[in-house]
Each structure stands twice: as structure tokens, then as C-alpha cells.
Design a protein around this ligand. Structure first.
Ligand code: PRP
Length: 183
């Protein structure tokens, strides 16, 4: 799999250190308040698994499946929440966790939906942020790394469902996606 990569953008060591820092910042923000983490499947599972092991505050974990939608703001094709939460978030402090903030449409939609359930607060934490791609004003409260608009895989991020298990983040060789129609 490593041979499919052009370059490694973020090594495992750099990621580990940053996730620890994020954990400390989030702990400090909430102090000892209990939070509900809502993780967006599938991409955020790796980041979430590491992040929660760096948090000392009490937390409950919930997962949401949101439709893949091709980055559209059109209400017909905008991201749709496909599963329901097991937690009642009313009056709770909610932290949305995702692997990447791209156009911002997914997190904006989930933020709106969760806010409608009257939580005490809603914040968000993303592993990667591509600010150049934003289509709305969405800003994450915590972000691991801001990256340029390059196609990246690893640490939960996929290409055609693959590469999620890589413990680092890299860019794919163009030959991988250009030749895909041949395989
Ligand atoms: C990816 C990613 C985010 C979303 C970000 O999800 O996991 O949830 O896109 O894009 P946006 O900011 O433009 O809305 P994807 O639909 O690829 O599913 P996955 O998590 O299963 O990889």
C-alpha cells in the first residue's frame, strides 16, 4: 500500500503528538464536565479512537452515519444524516468529531441537526482542515492540521474505501486513481 503513495504528509509520530495536544486542549476547555462525542462514520473512527484515549474528562460515545454526497450544497443532494443517535443530547455538551473538514457541508448539517435537539453546547474537532475548500463559514473549534487542497489518504481517510488503516497521512500517486478504471 505504501508504494501507492507519492509522499507522506504527516508521520505517525507527528500525528500522535498532535492528538495528545488536542486531548489536553479539550480536557482544559471542558474541565471536568461530561461530554457526548458524536463521531462521523466511517472516516473519523481512527482519529476518534486515538483522541478519546487522550481525554481525561468523562465522556460517552455515539456515532452518526452521514450520506456521501459529492460535496453539494444543493438541498436535494446535501449531506443527509442516515442514522439516529442513541444518546439524548438535550442539555449535554456535545463534541462532533470528524476526520476532515472540506467544504464544511457535512459538519454544518450535523451541527444544525444536533443543535435542534437543545444541547448545552456543540463544539467540533477535526483531524484535518482544508480551509481552501470551504463553501460556508464553518470553523472547527479544534483542528489537528490545516492542509492544502491535496487528495490525502490514511489515518481513517480513504480512496475508494482503501488506505484507511495506514497510521500516517499521505498523498496518492496519480497513477493509482488514473488507472483505477482499468482494474
Ligand atoms: C468525508 C469526511 C467528512 C466529509 C467532509 O466523508 O469523512 O465527513 O467527507 O467533507 P465536507 O466538509 O465537504 O462535507 P465521506 O462522505 O467521504 O465518508 P467517509 O467518512 O466514510 O470516508
Amino acid at each position: 500500500m505504501k508504494e501507492d503513495l507519492n509522499k507522506i504528509l504527516l508521520t505517525q509520530e507527528i500525528i500522535d503528538k498532535r492528538v495528545q495536544e488536542l486531548g489536553s486542549k479539550i480536557d482544559l476547555h471542558y474541565r471536568d464536565k461530561e461530554i457526548v462525542i458524536i463521531t462521523l462514520l466511517d472516516g473519523a473512527i481512527v482519529f476518534t479512537a486515538d483522541l478519546i484515549r487522550n481525554l481525561a474528562i468523562p465522556l460517552r460515545l455515539d456515532c452518526l452515519r452521514v450520506s456521501s454526497y459529492g460535496n453539494s450544497t444543493d438541498p436535494e443532494t446535501a449531506p443527509r444524516i442516515l442514522s439516529s443517535l442513541k444518546s439524548d443530547v438535550k442539555g449535554k455538551h456535545v463534541l462532533l468529531v470528524d476526520d476532515i473538514l472540506d467544504t464544511g457541508n457535512t459538519l454544518q448539517s450535523v451541527h444544525n441537526e444536533v443543535s435542534s435537539k437543545l444541547p448545552a453546547s456543540v463544539h467540533s474537532c477535526v483531524f484535518l482542515d482544508k480551509p481552501d475548500r470551504r463553501e460556508n463559514g464553518f470553523k472547527a473549534d479544534w483542528s489537528g492540521f490545516s492542509i492544502p487542497d491535496e487528495f490525502v489518504v490514511g489515518y481513517g481517510l480513504d480512496y475508494a474505501g482503501k488506505y484507511r488503516q495506514l497510521p500516517y497521512v499521505g498523498t496518492l500517486k496519480p497513477s493509482v486513481y488514473n488507472n483505477d478504471h482499468l482494474t
